[in-house]
Write a protein that binds this ligand. Structure first.
Ligand code: 5AD
Ligand code: SF4
Length: 473
């Protein structure tokens, strides 16, 4: 590879989970600290970081087509510098380097703090791969969370509220080794970031306008640490600690494993007002035989007991889950057990996927892989049930009054979009605000609304006391 001009602009494209979104933001901040600037919308960037996901299907193939698109018809001098990051980089770094000569850098999810050094090497024409796994070292060497450019420390003024929701990775990696999953291989062993670092980072996020923080981890409820007094605490202690930040109004967390749930965390849902009444708790299957083959280490009964405890602690809690259909050997009766579980729980929202064999995982080598058409058919049936319940959940909200955290403008004048405590998208019109740039509501406000009309994916709200002081900041 020839030496390349050092890039001036960059674009980070993140695929997959929220943890990748968080990593993508941090990579952007690293590049900002190096003096690069984000490429303007619609303009080519000098450096493109493809922050990839390996959890399902042809994610790797997608990278090669993206690389093809970025380099098509361009000489090396004209093509952008390309870095492949994320879980595909971790799992298939060497292969990417071999197959895609246009790629200058391959950097795993635990090594992206070294991106600046790699950039220097790439500018000299050296190709570099870094897929080490020093997770804590990464967090220690990332720069401070920055306030958006142009804002001073303390960030006063109207622009403060542009980032009302933020992600904060508190835990990474997984020791569970579900037999279908690549995460333990791509993200490595479970690690928890220290309490003090998290409080510090949360404070920075709040300073730049965050009113809601979602704590992220592959197994977020396995988070463990020590508080300021040196007492051992779990995720519940972390939540209680963060709830003390006065300007932080909402806390969420995802994703949890049923076996790492503690009584303390259940109690948190009853006692900590800032902790939102929403729980994403994947179960994957409603059949105990399939759960065993998946090495989930819990039963459907254990899962349902946990949900009962949750509902006792927080009766209005909205439940969400993940499901896999077509795991090797799944029979029609076993799939129907999943449908029954869905019926029994009544999810507010849920995600379902066709099983996808991941190279190197035990399930990929299992007998009785399920035919694609069977998987398609099962997925459709499962999604129909889930949609039915989601519509029912939204319909049951009609008439309720709740706080809505305003996240962005809608498509038409005076329209705003935000989230209810139950993570529903709520839209409303601020008539008193007088259209697009009138006063009234602003991004980052917490407004009170009555939910008046339910759709499948959103709910229409009406401001309460519109025209008066509607914000509950
Ligand atoms: N195939 C299909 N779905 C998967 N998931 C994880 N691994 C696979 C796989 N190999 C799903 C699980 C998990 C979610 C993040 O992705 O449902 O909870
Ligand atoms: Fe993957 Fe299972 Fe770990 Fe979740 S708990 S990240 S599904 S191995």
């Amino acid at each position: 590879m020839k030496p390349q001009d050092p890039p001036k602009t960059y674009r980070v494209k993140s695929f997959g989970c929220q943890m990748n979104v968080y990593d993508g933001e941090r990579m952007g901040e690293l590049l900002d600290a190096r003096g690069l600037t984000p490429a303007a919308d619609g303009e080519d960037a000098d450096l493109v970081v493809l922050n990839t996901c390996h959890i399902r299907e042809k994610a790797a193939e997608k990278i090669y087509s993206d690389i093809g698109r970025l380099t098509k018809g361009k000489t090396q001098a004209k093509a952008p510098m390309i870095a492949v990051a994320g879980c595909v980089a971790q799992a298939e770094g060497e292969e990417i380097m071999k197959r895609a000569p246009a790629v200058s850098m391959v950097v795993g999810p635990q090594a992206y703090h070294r991106l600046p050094e790699m950039l220097d090497r790439a500018a000299k024409g050296e190709r570099a791969t870094d897929t080490d796994m020093p997770a804590i070292a990464k967090f220690d060497s990332l720069p401070e969370r920055r306030l958006p450019s142009g804002e001073g420390e303390g960030g006063a003024g109207a622009r403060r509220n542009r980032f009302p929701t933020a992600f904060l990775t508190v835990q990474e990696g997984c020791d569970k080794f579900c037999t279908y999953c690549v995460v333990p291989y791509t993200r490595g062993a479970e690690i928890s970031r220290p309490f003090a670092d998290l409080v510090h980072e949360a404070r920075r996020l709040v300073e730049r306008g965050a009113r809601e923080i979602t704590l992220l981890g592959q197994n977020v409820n396995a988070w463990a640490g020590a508080d300021a007094k040196g007492h051992t605490i779990g995720l519940d202690g972390l939540i209680r600690g963060l709830a003390k930040l006065p300007e932080l109004l909402r806390i969420r967390y995802t994703t949890s494993h049923p076996n790492d749930f503690t009584e303390g965390l259940v109690r948190c849902h009853a006692e900590v007002e800032k902790l939102m009444p929403y729980l994403h708790l994947p179960v994957q299957s409603g059949s105990d035989r399939v759960l065993k083959a998946m090495n989930r280490q819990h039963t459907t009964a254990g899962y349902l007991r946990l949900l009962e405890q949750m509902r006792a602690a927080r009766p209005d809690i909205a439940l969400s889950g993940d499901f896999i259909v077509g795991f090797p050997g799944e029979t029609e009766a076993e799939f129907e057990a999943t449908l029954s579980l869905v019926d029994e729980v009544g999810y507010a929202q849920a995600y379902s996927f066709k099983y996808s064999p991941r190279p190197g995982t035990p399930a990929a080598a299992m007998d009785r892989q399920i035919a694609p058409e069977v998987m398609d058919e099962r997925l459709q049936r499962l999604q129909a049930r889930i949609n039915r319940d989601q519509i029912a959940f939204n319909a049951a909200s009609v008439g309720k009054v709740c706080d809505v955290l305003v996240e962005r403008r809608g498509k038409f004048a005076g329209q705003w979009l935000g989230k209810s405590p139950w993570l529903q998208s709520v839209w409303f019109v601020d008539e008193a605000g007088g259209g697009l740039d009138g006063g009234g509501v602003a991004i980052g406000d917490m407004v009170r609304a009555r939910m008046v009309e339910a759709g499948g994916n959103s709910v229409r709200g009406e401001l309460i006391g519109a025209g008066e002081a509607v914000t509950v900041r």
